[in-house]
Write a protein that binds this ligand. Structure first.
Ligand code: ADP
Length: 336
């Protein structure tokens, strides 16, 4: 069916990216809740149809369970509107951005009668599921659609209440990329060293699939530790940050919380020389992911309770939001 603005009823804003906003919408004719992404373009009418044609490839991405469903796209004035599957858990960057061991007052009494919630981080089996799903999504894009993602980061890894992990926001349309009015380049980069220094630009056409593997490794560490892996000094200033990525050792998973296999898997993504990085096939064959697949296919059903973990994370996030708001309100209250 053809989507258009008249059939969409706007709900809450879900987030703001570098290029535009994402809003929850209801498609009234079908009753389907969708996420509507608005991308502001540098106006160029001649290119609009080329973009729509390029976006059409997304309908084929719907056959992967690791990629968000695409419902359609349309233009209004200088914006392209893109309708996709609504993922109620949002992106992982906002769900797990807490430090290990951090505590907040509980919103509801816990079964153990504790008054505080303690953030236990992302357990290894959950991290393995996230990593495996992401690699499968990336491999599908590459093998089936010939697409290199180009923007792998925790903001583009979404979760829903069933605990499913899906990728969004991949560079399907060259025309669209060229026409986007970029407002800022963000303060944290997931760019691989070779993209920063530009060495490989002539030989492989600016971007190779292994650049996505680097961004994947960095994203998995960020999800595990709850913050961007490079030290804060490195991202107060974008140039200092780029220099750090090129010159310093790559970050690693905390070895005291994750198995040697998990650490090795991430390290194989974060090899500085692009040719030395693991391929998707190698990442999938690795023990870290194989163990996860064995759990997913266990006789008694999936042994990794992703939906349960999602609820735990959401509860912590909501308790922390309430606590932060209470502190802010107390700070504003007149002194007695
Ligand atoms: P960016 O441009 O930085 O990649 P996006 O514009 O893609 O960011 O998304 C901004 C925010 O909107 C994300 O952080 C995420 O929380 C939310 N979002 C994006 N897509 C969806 C979706 N399909 N369902 C629910 N939330 C989404």
């Amino acid at each position: 069916f053809q989507l258009n603005m008249e059939d969409l009823e706007r709900g809450d804003e879900l987030g703001r990216g570098n290029y535009g906003t994402v809003t929850k919408v209801l498609h009234t004719p079908t009753g389907v809740t969708m996420a509507l992404k608005e991308i502001r373009l540098e106006l160029d009418n001649a290119k609009l149809n080329a973009i729509i044609m390029e976006l059409d490839v997304l309908h084929r991405a719907a056959s992967s369970s690791h990629i968000v469903d695409f419902y359609g796209a349309f233009f209004v004035e200088a914006c392209v509107y893109y309708c996709m599957e609504y993922m109620d858990g949002g992106s992982l960057d906002k769900l797990v951005n807490f430090s290990f061991g951090e505590t907040v007052p509980a919103l509801h009494p816990t079964p153990e009668g504790e008054s505080e919630l303690v953030w236990q981080g992302v357990p290894e089996d959950v991290l393995a599921r996230i990593a495996g799903s992401t690699v499968k999504g990336l491999k599908f894009l590459k093998d089936e659609l010939g697409i290199i993602h180009r923007d792998v980061k925790p903001t583009n890894v979404l979760i829903n209440n069933r605990g499913q992990i899906k990728l969004c926001d991949f560079g399907v349309s060259g025309q669209l990329e060229k026409s986007i009015a970029k407002t800022n380049i963000g303060c944290q980069t997931y760019m691989a060293p070779e993209r920063i220094s530009g060495e490989h630009q002539n030989t492989v056409g600016t971007y190779t699939v292994s650049s996505d593997v680097w961004s994947l490794g960095l994203s998995i560490i960020e999800i595990a530790i709850g913050r961007y892996p490079y030290p804060p000094e490195a991202y107060s200033n974008i140039l200092a940050q780029l220099k750090t990525i090129i010159q310093d050792d790559a970050p690693a998973l905390p070895a005291d919380r994750y198995s040697p296999e998990a650490c090795e898997w991430v390290a194989s993504c974060l090899v500085k020389a692009p040719d030395g990085r693991a391929t998707y096939a190698e990442l999938l064959e690795h023990e870290f992911i194989r163990r996860d697949e064995a759990k997913a296919g266990a006789e008694g059903g999936d042994e990794v309770d992703m939906a349960g973990w999602y609820r735990t994370a959401l509860e912590f996030k909501e308790a922390k939001t309430a606590h932060t708001q209470a502190l802010a309100a107390a700070a504003l209250a007149p002194p007695v």
